[in-house]
Design a protein around this ligand. Structure first.
Ligand code: NAP
Length: 294
């Protein structure tokens, strides 16, 4: 703990679309903050506000009470936790929280590796998008020991509104997969509805206004619908990350002998978009394949 404030000293790895906002809230709350990111320039605004730059995740973890990682893919998570310059190389008696969307199996492996180093671990992925991160209104689903969750709660409350302990290691990631499966089929529905509206000669803005408060209402319709109508495909949530998430969910479903035709179709469509060069666009760019965009 910081002697001056009594607040946890926090290390933060991964300052992209989500992580930059999240780290900013922790800094604003008064936590001493050490940060790193693959591209150093993304750390500059936080350093100007008082965060300390570190060259490696290991250096971020040195002396930290809590380390949060918010990187991209499972192989990134593995590298920043277990690599030669990773968090576990320097973390001592710390609480380590991976908030990236990653695989349940990796989360369980990281919890064991953390315990072997005398640390506690949580997998705590989030939902709510960039808007949720910016406004500190994320839903956070945590897997790990109850004591670790209890220790993490005051920190997580700086980042989100709905914060739930979902069970042991890996259960946070499993819960996040449920979230991603719902989004997959919902965004396909939004694209189909808007493609139909356009083909029928309807005003898509009027359609959104009319059905947005009815039985078809959803975050995807409310947030992605207008972007699709305007042809705004900037990320938000990148297609390459959605392909990653759907691949994790489908692999887990295979293991459980569960058929998920909606997710399988969504992965096929998103993989097609990625191959066409749209991997770093937002997930609403699915509308390109339906001719639903402006
Ligand atoms: P992003 O913008 O790509 O951010 C990831 C950051 O991690 C990037 O800045 C990247 O560096 C950094 N990074 C990756 N590997 C690293 C490494 N080995 N060492 C240091 N830094 C590393 O992605 P995001 O949208 O913030 O998403 C982050 C995670 O949250 C993903 O797992 C995603 O699936 C999940 N998520 C995203 C959303 C959303 O709406 N965006 C919502 C919920 C969950 P560079 O700057 O060099 O690329």
């Amino acid at each position: 703990m910081s002697e001056a404030t009594g607040l946890a000293r926090i290390g933060f790895v991964g300052l992209g679309i989500m992580g930059a906002h999240m780290a900013g809230h922790l800094l604003a709350a008064g936590h001493p903050l050490r940060v790193t990111n693959r591209s150093p320039d993304k750390a500059r605004p936080l350093i100007e506000r008082g965060a300390v730059w570190c060259d490696t995740p290991a250096a971020v973890a040195a002396g930290a009470d809590v380390v949060i990682t918010m990187v991209g893919h499972p192989h990134d998570v593995e590298e920043v936790w277990l690599g030669a310059d990773g968090v576990l190389a320097q973390a001592r008696d710390a609480l380590l929280i991976d908030m990236s969307t990653s695989s349940p199996e990796l989360a369980q492996r990281l919890a064991r590796a953390a315990a072997a180093r005398g640390c506690r671990a949580l997998d705590a992925p989030v939902s709510g998008g960039e808007l949720g991160a910016r406004e500190a209104r994320l839903s956070i689903m945590a897997g790990g020991a109850p004591e670790a969750f209890g220790q993490a709660l005051p920190v997580l409350q700086r980042l989100g509104e709905t914060i739930v302990h979902t069970g042991g290691p890996g259960n946070g990631q499993h819960t996040k997969m449920c979230n991603q499966l719902l989004i997959a089929s919902t965004i396909m529905g939004v694209c189909e509805g808007l493609a139909y509206a356009r083909s029928a000669g309807l005003d898509p803005e009027l359609v959104l206004h009319c059905i947005g408060g009815g039985a078809a209402a959803s975050f995807q319709l409310k947030v992605m619908g207008p972007k699709i109508v305007q042809g705004d495909f900037a990320p938000g949530f990148m297609i390459e990350h959605f392909v990653k998430d759907l691949s994790i969910a489908l692999a887990e479903a295979d293991r459980m002998r569960l058929q998920l035709p909606g997710a399988a179709q969504a992965r096929k469509l998103y993989a097609q978009l990625a191959e066409q060069g749209h991997a770093r666009e937002g997930t609403q760019a699915l509308a390109r394949l339906y001719g639903a965009a402006a």
